[in-house]
Design a protein around this ligand. Structure first.
Ligand SMILES: C[S@@+](CC[C@H](N)C(=O)[O-])C[C@H]1O[C@@H](n2cnc3c(N)ncnc32)[C@H](O)[C@@H]1O
Length: 212
């Protein structure tokens, strides 16, 4: 259902978010990744960050489940003339061997993964990362007042930890999960990451961690 929404709205999505670079976060992430090494962009969508990594001399691989987003991404790669790998794949079942990447970047996509699959997905990220590799991941902040209200309105009842599937369906029809800092920290630690920092704003939690 969520992926269908992206299939229908990829061009509009790119129009809205195509130049929305999280520069502090991107540069912070890259400062932990060895120059020229391989980066996985999990849920790369339209490819803004994938191309950013390519322009900086890294070797990016993007995966996504939406054909239309991948098509938009492919065009962007060819216009910008960077080299990047792109494939249709689910971040929950990664088709890569262990230690394939020095960095995993997961921007705005993990929000669509149901909580009962969070840990397995992060463990998969850990497997494809080298030791000391870096994971950057963003997820919706439960305490963003608006999100909190939406969870109350559309979720199946708080507290979200007791829900089999937390979150809510947004106005576009996407399934969105919100968590809090403590939950994200515990999740990352359990998946064998050392949390370096979690930047929190009203809407998002942006976590940087290192593979142990
Ligand atoms: C909000 S967009 C984020 C796109 C891009 N990373 C960005 O920051 O603009 C979420 C993307 O996650 C993709 N997605 C959702 N579930 C996925 C999954 N299980 N595996 C891979 N991609 C997924 C969607 O198709 C969509 O392109």
């Amino acid at each position: 259902m969520t992926v269908d929404v992206y299939d229908r709205t990829s061009i509009a999505y790119d129009g809205r978010w195509g130049n929305y670079y999280l520069l502090d976060e991107l540069n912070g992430f890259l400062s932990h990744v060895k120059d020229g090494s391989r980066i996985l962009d999990a849920g790369c969508g339209h490819g803004r960050d994938l191309v950013f990594f390519g322009r900086k001399g890294f070797i990016p691989t993007g995966i996504d489940l939406s054909d239309a987003m991948l098509q938009t991404c492919r065009k962007k790669i060819s216009i910008s003339a960077v080299s990047a790998y792109l494939l249709a794949a689910d971040m929950r079942i990664l088709p890569f061997t262990s230690g394939s990447f020095s960095g995993v970047w997961c921007c705005g996509s993990f929000v669509h993964i149901p909580p009962d699959q969070h840990l397995a997905t992060l463990r998969g990220f850990r497997v494809v990362l080298r030791r000391e590799g870096v994971l950057w991941i963003s997820i919706r902040n439960l305490y963003f007042p608006l999100e909190h209200r939406k969870v109350q309105l559309f979720g199946r009842g708080l507290p979200y930890r007791r829900q089999k599937y937390g979150g809510y369906i947004d106005s576009k029809g996407r399934y969105i999960v919100c968590v809090d800092r403590g939950y994200l920290q515990r999740l990352l630690r359990t998946a064998k990451f050392k949390v370096i920092r979690i930047n929190e704003d009203n809407e998002w939690l942006n976590a940087m961690s290192i593979a142990k």
